[in-house]
Design a protein around this ligand. Structure first.
Ligand SMILES: Nc1nc2c(c(=O)[nH]1)N(C=O)[C@@H](CNc1ccc(C(=O)N[C@@H](CCC(=O)O)C(=O)O)cc1)CN2
Length: 425
């Protein structure tokens, strides 16, 4: 029989109210020991909470949720106490003295929910992300995952894979028996490409990590184009050193900026000189190239003819006459606030398109990797007419998807996940 665990599940005292949760087989007797008798299921009752000697500790709302239809899948009791430090300490002390009760580890309530089949792994991960959500997009996508959106999508995909596999197997058996080339004539290709299209659309949406860390906006171009001045104007402080000397910025500089509710990670890079004998400048240029490669949006402050594909072309130093800004998307100058505001508007437009998430589904990078593995297997199935290979690749595609639901989650993985949770969650 498992231990009964308890923890403060609300914020750090002092606070208005402190919610202590007790989960496990001894939860009900713990309520009786502290509050005289256990209240009727799912009803808030006002009770005096007492220690073992009968001394009153607090007057609190007590709730009893009989398992298994509870958040943890076990009997669950909640004590809604006054949120003073001494109140919480005294009630915790009284709980710890009861037989079979011990303090919960971080995330342990949620871990029990997972172990008792109340939630799947994708929901547990969604909860972890919900607790860390700082923006609306993060909250919406994490809540959708916590409510089971990711798990349902994956379960639906698994059903479709097994339906296709069943028909392919039947076809193979039939072909064996009848000894004909094209018996029955089931063609799995349309169902496979429909699945692949959905997976690629899902993979095109930003990851949970991207929503959290921000859209990577990289400023790049030749030396002395005004990149660092623009960077400073965008981050609204003198983060980068600016001089008229070409090659002033030698390393990359990064700053996180939240604007219009959108998280950005802005990067200023060293000027891309053609050739250089300076070792430090060369390393700076290599780092600039790496930043450009990982950019979600590239702001190119150089000749349009040599702009990387997809870049936003900016004509810098728009406050100076004749900067040749004809082919640029936008003329900007750190000295002209209107041009900086126009650039923010352009960034926000593109960012919203990037963050537009269909059905609120965002996957974590590890979930995306699993889906990409499944897609690679299905891609092989789509490219062959050999039904034996199709059957095998359908099986291969199933494994990483089943992993997303936690069917083969390891202890180490669960420890890492629940270690991120707060105490009492
Ligand atoms: N006071 C309090 N607030 C809380 C929680 C909690 O445990 N206590 N939660 C902690 O995570 C979240 C809500 N999660 C919950 C999840 C399931 C059930 C539950 O009892 N489910 C049953 C019955 C549902 C119903 O009444 O419709 C079920 O699913 O069968 C309750 C809360 C957020 N707010």
């Amino acid at each position: 029989m498992s231990d009964t665990i308890f923890a403060l599940s609300s914020g750090r005292p002092p606070a208005a109210i402190a919610v202590l949760r007790i989960s496990g087989p001894a939860a009900r007797t713990a309520a009786e020991a502290l509050a005289g008798r256990c209240p009727p299921p799912r009803r808030a009752s006002l009770r005096t909470v007492r220690d073992a000697a009968g001394a009153p500790l607090d007057r609190a709302l007590v709730l009893y949720f009989p398992g298994p239809a509870t958040a943890t899948g076990e009997d669950l009791v909640e004590l809604h106490c006054h949120g003073g430090r001494a109140v919480v300490a005294a009630v915790e002390h009284a709980l710890a003295a009861l037989p079979g009760l011990r303090p919960a580890r971080p995330g342990e309530f949620t871990r029990r929910a997972l172990e008792n089949g109340r939630i799947d792994l994708a929901q547990a991960q969604g909860l972890a992300d919900l607790l860390e959500a700082e923006t609306e997009t993060q909250r919406r996508t994490a809540l959708a995952a916590a409510e089971g959106a990711v798990g349902r999508a994956v379960a639906g995909w698994l059903d479709r894979l097994s339906a296709i596999a069943a028909r392919v197997e039947a076809q193979l058996d039939f072909a064996d028996e009848a000894d004909v080339e094209d018996a029955g004539g089931y063609d799995p290709a349309p169902a496979i490409s429909a699945l692949l299209a959905e997976w690629h659309a899902t993979l095109a949406a930003p990851s949970v990590e991207r929503l959290r860390d921000g859209i990577r906006v990289v400023i790049a171009g030749p030396p002395n184009a005004g990149k660092s001045s623009l960077f400073n104007a965008l981050v609204d402080r003198d983060a980068a050193i600016v001089t008229p000397i070409a090659g002033t910025t030698r390393d990359i500089l990064e700053a996180a900026v939240m604007r219009d509710g959108i998280p950005y990670r802005l990067t200023d890079t060293a000027g891309l000189a053609e050739a250089t004998d300076d070792e430090v400048e060369r390393i700076g240029i290599d780092r600039a190239a790496a930043a450009i490669a990982s950019a979600d949006m590239l702001l190119w402050m150089g000749a349009p003819a040599v702009a990387p594909r997809g870049a936003v072309i900016l004509a810098g130093k728009a406050d100076l006459p004749d900067t040749g800004s004809n082919d640029a998307d936008l003329a900007v100058s750190a000295r002209l606030p209107d041009t900086v505001a126009a650039l923010w508007a352009l960034l926000a437009d593109r960012a919203r398109m990037m963050l537009a998430i269909d059905g609120d589904m965002a996957l974590r990078q590890s979930q995306r990797d699993a889906l990409a593995d499944a897609a690679a297997a299905l891609d092989l199935a789509a490219r062959t007419s050999d039904l034996l290979i199709v059957a095998e690749q359908l099986r291969v595609a199933t494994r990483p998807l089943a992993g997303l639901l936690g069917r083969d989650a390891t202890e180490a993985m669960l420890d890492a996940l629940f270690g991120r949770f707060c105490l009492g969650k």
